[in-house]
Design a protein around this ligand. Structure first.
Ligand SMILES: [Zn+2]
Length: 377
C-alpha cells in the first residue's frame, strides 16, 4: 500500500521549490510529481520536504556519546539526531588508546549491523599533536601501517572513515591500507603542506575532515592543505556550519568553489539537544556555554551542538547558500561520498528517507526507510 504526501514544497531540477507530491511504498519512493494530480493520503500544505540528512561526522547528542561504549547512550545519540532529520549517520570516535578504541568499536558494531549507524568514523589517533583540537594529546600515535591495519580488522568492515594527518610517518601507506578495506581515508587535524595533501589524495584519500578547522590556513602564496582539498575534484570537504567554526563568507566561498563536493556535518558532541553544562569528549572535560562547546583546559572548540537541520538553516540564512546547494550538501553529497547509492535524493527508487520542515524550516516529521520516526514532532 502506498502513502502519498500532497501539497508539499519540493526542490525541482532547477533548484526551485515547487508545489507537488511524493508517494512512498514499503521503504522506497515510488512516485514524485510537481502538480496537484495525485490524491493525497496526508495533506502537508506549505511544508517543505527534503531528502533525509546524511551526517558523516557526529560524536553524540541528547547528552549521550558514541565513545561511551554504552548501548543505551549509543542508541540515544542516534535517536536524538534522527528526530532532527539525520536518517544516516556515522558515529565518530575521538583519539583514544588502542585498548579503549577496541572497546568502543566493538560496542558500535551491533548498531552498524542493525542499521542504526552507517558506520564508524575514527577521527584519531593518527593525527598531528600540533593540530589536535579537542583530542587528548597523550593518546596520539604515528600511523604505523600494521597498527592501522589491526584496528581496521577489529571493525570487521564497519569502520567507514578514518581521519589521518598525511605528514606523519607511515601515513601514505596507511591511507592505502585504509582504502583497501573499503573505508574512506580523510585528511584532517593536520599540519600538512600542499605537497603532503596532494600525496594523500593521490594515495586514495577522498575527504577533508572539517575543512579549515585544525589545519594551516589558506595563504595567497602557500595554499596549504586547504588549497589542495578545496580545488581537487576527487575530494569532498566537510564543513561545520554552526556560526563558530567558520565565518559565513567561508561557508559561502567553499560551497561555491566546491559545489557538489561540500558536505555539511554536525561534528556534534553530547550536548547537542541537551543544553549548556559540563560534558566529556573522550576523556577531556568540555564546558558548553550558549551552545558553544570548548575544552575546559585550553578553550579549544570541542565539536558543536549542531543538528543537521540547524546546519542547513545557517548555511542558507546566514551564509546565503541556495537551498538546493545546502540540501545537496546535507544529503546527496555525503551519501555519494559514503558510496550509498540508494539514498540522498528525492527520486523514484531511492530509500524513503524524508524530512518534513515547517514554514520556519524547523523539522516537523521525519521518515526513515518508509517509517515515520517517533519523537520527531
Ligand atoms: Zn569530530
Amino acid at each position: 500500500m502506498s502513502l502519498t504526501l500532497g501539497g508539499v514544497q519540493l526542490l525541482d531540477a532547477d533548484g526551485e521549490l515547487q508545489r507537488g507530491w511524493i508517494s512512498v511504498e514499503g521503504d522506497r519512493i515510488v512516485g514524485i510529481g510537481y502538480d496537484d494530480s495525485a490524491p493525497a493520503d496526508i495533506k502537508l500544505d506549505g511544508r517543505t520536504v527534503l531528502p533525509g540528512f546524511v551526517d558523516m561526522h557526529c560524536h553524540g547528542g541528547g547528552g549521550a556519546s558514541y565513545t561511551s561504549a554504552d548501548p543505551e547512550q549509543i542508541a540515544r545519540a542516534a535517536q536524538t539526531h534522527l528526530a532532527h532529520g539525520t536518517t544516516t549517520t556515522n558515529a565518530s570516535l575521538v583519539s583514544a588508546t588502542y585498548d579503549d578504541l577496541e572497546r568502543q568499536i566493538r560496542a558500535l558494531i551491533p548498531f552498524v549491523d542493525d542499521g542504526t549507524l552507517n558506520g564508524i568514523h575514527l577521527e584519531g589517533p593518527w593525527i598531528s599533536p600540533n593540530y589536535c583540537g579537542a583530542h587528548d594529546p597523550a593518546t596520539l600515535r604515528d600511523p604505523h601501517p600494521d597498527e592501522v591495519a589491526r584496528i581496521m580488522d577489529i571493525g570487521e568492515g564497519r569502520i567507514s572513515m578514518v581521519t589521518i594527518a598525511p605528514e606523519l610517518p607511515g601515513a601514505v601507506t596507511s591511507i592505502e591500507r585504509i582504502v583497501a578495506t573499503g573505508a574512506i581515508a580523510a585528511l584532517g587535524h593536520t599540519g600538512a603542506d600542499a605537497d603532503h595533501a596532494r600525496a594523500a589524495v593521490d594515495a586514495g584519500a577522498t575527504v577533508a575532515t572539517h575543512l579549515f578547522n585544525a589545519m594551516p590556513p589558506l595563504l595567497h602564496r602557500a595554499a596549504g592543505p586547504v588549497g589542495v582539498l578545496l580545488t581537487d575534484p576527487r575530494v569532498t570537504v566537510e564543513l561545520i556550519s554552526d556560526g563558530h567554526h567558520l565565518g559565513p563568507e567561508v561557508v559561502s566561498l567553499t560551497m561555491t568553489t566546491a559545489r557538489e563536493r561540500s558536505a555539511l556535518i554536525t561534528d556534534a558532541m553530547a550536548a547537542a539537544g541537551a543544553g549548556d553544562g559540563t560534558y566529556v569528549l573522550g576523556d577531556l572535560e568540555v564546558r558548553v556555554t550558549d551552545g558553544v562547546a570548548r575544552l575546559v583546559s585550553n578553550g579549544s572548540l570541542a565539536g558543536s551542538t549542531l543538528f543537521m537541520d540547524s546546519a542547513l538553516r545557517r548555511a542558507v540564512r546566514i551564509a546565503g547558500v541556495p537551498l538546493a546547494d545546502a540540501s545537496a550538501a546535507a544529503s546527496v553529497v555525503p551519501a555519494r561520498t559514503l558510496c550509498l547509492a540508494d539514498r540522498g535524493e528525492l527520486a523514484v527508487g531511492q530509500r524513503a528517507d524524508l524530512v518534513v520542515l515547517d514554514d520556519e524550516w524547523a523539522v516537523e516529521r521525519v521518515m526513515r526507510a518508509g517509517q515515520w520516526v517517533s519523537g520527531s514532532r
